[in-house]
Design a protein around this ligand. Structure first.
Ligand code: KG4
Ligand code: ZN
Length: 327
């Protein structure tokens, strides 16, 4: 049996998992930093790295214990080397390097975006090729075409904010707190999409733009200080869904993929999952989604991606701007 230890510290969660070669997650433990950052309305990088330093060894011990695995049973270690916050990445990379030397294990620097991509294979997930990928997270919103598992051609990306960033900023405007994505989803469920916010770039190629949508929400709140918050949240979510689902529909029509892969933190959204399921059913395309709990950053997806790196020359160089096509 191949057992991989995956370590993710690119942003604000210290997450460590043990995953087997079939994508079964034996254990995944995550130390959240929500309490560290919530007073700032966003992530404070220097506090993030310090919190990783404090959390990483206890999280490792908790993961191995929950998985009932000892270091000698592991086959390899994978750790995020980018993209992400440099200080946070360095904590993961240096810890993993030390463990690799100490335990005599091959240790691979993993592309965080490839981690998201491979999250769709966890717990029995399948992908058929060619595939179209929508990666929608806090740091990225992009569409890519994969002829096969090894190739990746960028189809479109965002010109400004990512969709996750828009969720987080709108949550702040609505005083809903941090992190914004899950809270907006909850609140939107209790409201009605009564305001028609713009659908930026919909019907115009494969690029995205979310900063105009965010500004429209801000203007609407300035002009309607008594606005019903759940209705504003529902209207905002409706605009995001129309854009993300509309772009995927256009990509399916143009590229005729066998699978649509939807990954990244925003793929935790129940509205997005349901909308993509309807789209794929109507087009006869297989939908590949991560199990919902592995949509947001986690060690399990990094361990899963590590399976692609076994036997390659490890690259442990931290790169805060690592592009998606790079291993
Ligand atoms: O992939 P991720 O955990 O971190 C990055 O790599 O960026 O994505 C985080 C983003 C945040 O912007 C968050 O608001 C969004 O994913 N998110 C959600 C949900 N859960 C997290 N967005 C919509 N609905 C959710 N349930
Ligand atoms: Zn991520």
């Amino acid at each position: 049996m191949t057992l991989i230890l995956g370590i993710e510290t690119s942003c604000d969660d210290t997450s460590i998992a043990v995953v087997d070669e079939h994508g079964h997650v034996l254990a995944c433990k995550t130390a959240s930093q929500v309490e560290v950052h919530e007073g700032y309305g966003g992530i404070y990088p220097e506090f993030a790295s310090r919190a990783h330093v404090a959390a990483i060894i206890p999280t490792l011990e908790a993961t191995l214990k929950a998985a009932s695995v000892t270091p000698d049973q592991l086959s390899a270690i994978g750790v995020t080397r980018g993209p992400g916050l440099i200080g946070s990445l360095l904590v993961g990379i240096h810890t993993a390097s030390g463990l690799g030397v100490g335990w005599g294990l091959p240790t691979y620097g993993i592309n965080h975006l490839r981690g998201h991509l491979r999250s769709a294979l966890l717990e029995g997930g399948k992908v058929n090729y060619p595939a179209i990928v929508l990666l929608a997270s806090g740091g990225h919103t992009l569409l890519a075409y994969m002829k096969d598992a090894a190739s990746m051609e960028l189809v479109g990306t965002t010109r400004d904010d990512s969709v996750g960033e828009a969720y987080d900023k709108v949550a702040r405007m609505l005083n809903l707190g941090f992190p914004g994505g899950p809270i907006i989803d909850q609140v939107a469920k209790t409201g009605k999409a009564t305001t028609r916010f713009p659908r930026p770039m919909l019907g115009k190629g494969f690029e995205f733009s979310f900063s105009g949508l965010k500004s429209s929400v801000r203007r609407h709140l300035e002009q309607n200080p008594e606005a019903h918050v759940p209705d504003v949240a529902a209207s905002f979510v409706a605009a995001c869904m129309d854009v993300l689902i509309g772009k995927c529909k256009a990509a399916i029509e143009q590229y005729r993929p066998a699978s649509l892969i939807v990954v990244g933190g925003v793929s935790a959204s129940p509205q997005l999952r349901a909308g993509m399921a309807t789209l794929c059913a109507s087009k006869g395309v297989h939908l590949a989604l991560p199990p919902q709990q592995w949509s947001t950053d986690n060690g399990a997806m990094i361990a899963m991606a590590t399976l692609d790196y076994l036997g390659t020359t490890p690259d442990m160089e931290v790169n805060p701007n690592l592009p998606i096509g790079t291993l």
